[in-house]
Design a protein around this ligand. Sequence first.
Ligand SMILES: C[S@@+](CC[C@H](N)C(=O)[O-])C[C@H]1O[C@@H](n2cnc3c(N)ncnc32)[C@H](O)[C@@H]1O
Length: 179
Amino acid sequence: MLEAFISPELELIFYIILLISIFSFFSLAPWVPTKSSDLSRIHKILWLKPWEKFLEIWCWTAKVSLYLAKHNPEAHVTGIELSPLLFIFSKLRVYFSGLKNINIIYWNALKQDFSTFDVFYIFGLPETVTKKIAPKLLEQMNDTARFFSYCFIMNNDNFIQTQHKEQKNVYSIYEYTKI
Ligand SMILES: C[S@@+](CC[C@H](N)C(=O)[O-])C[C@H]1O[C@@H](n2cnc3c(N)ncnc32)[C@H](O)[C@@H]1O
C-alpha cells in the first residue's frame, strides 16, 4: 500500500513499528497523559530530594519526567516506555531539552527492577496498579521508597495510603509507602 512512496523494506519496518505500538496501546494503562495543569502539583507533592532516583513507569511523551528533571536538577529521572514511536519522540524531546539528569528506556516496565529507585510515579488503570504493580513494589521497592499513583488507588493492605487532593476539582494523587 505504501510502496508508491517508500521501499518495501521501509514499509515492513513501518508495519512492525505500527504492530508494536498497537500492542502497547492495548496494554495496561489509560491512553491519555497526565494533565499539564497538574505538573506543578505533582512536583510539589513528590518533592524529590537531590539524591533521589525517580522512575516514571510508562512515560508516554516523557511529559512528567521532563518537568521533574527540569525542576529537580540534582535528582535523577528515568522514564520507561514500550511504544517505539513514543519512545523515539521522548528521546528527541530529552535531547532537545539539553537536560542531563534524565534517561528514557525502551523496555517493558513490568520487567524492570524497581529496587534501585526511590520514588515512583504511574498513571495506570486501577486493576493494573493493584494486580501487576503492587506485588512488584512489595517485592522490590526499598522500605523508604515512595510510590505515587495519578487518579487511581492501589488496593493493597501492605502499604500506607495518603490521598493528595488540595481542591475539589483536581484529580487525586495517591502516595504509598510500605508499612
Ligand atoms: C497513560 S499513558 C502514560 C502517561 C504518562 N505516564 C503521563 O502521565 O503523562 C500509558 C503509556 O504506557 C505505555 N505502556 C503500556 N504498557 C507498558 C509497559 N508494560 N511498559 C512500558 N510502557 C507501557 C503506553 O505505550 C503508553 O504510552
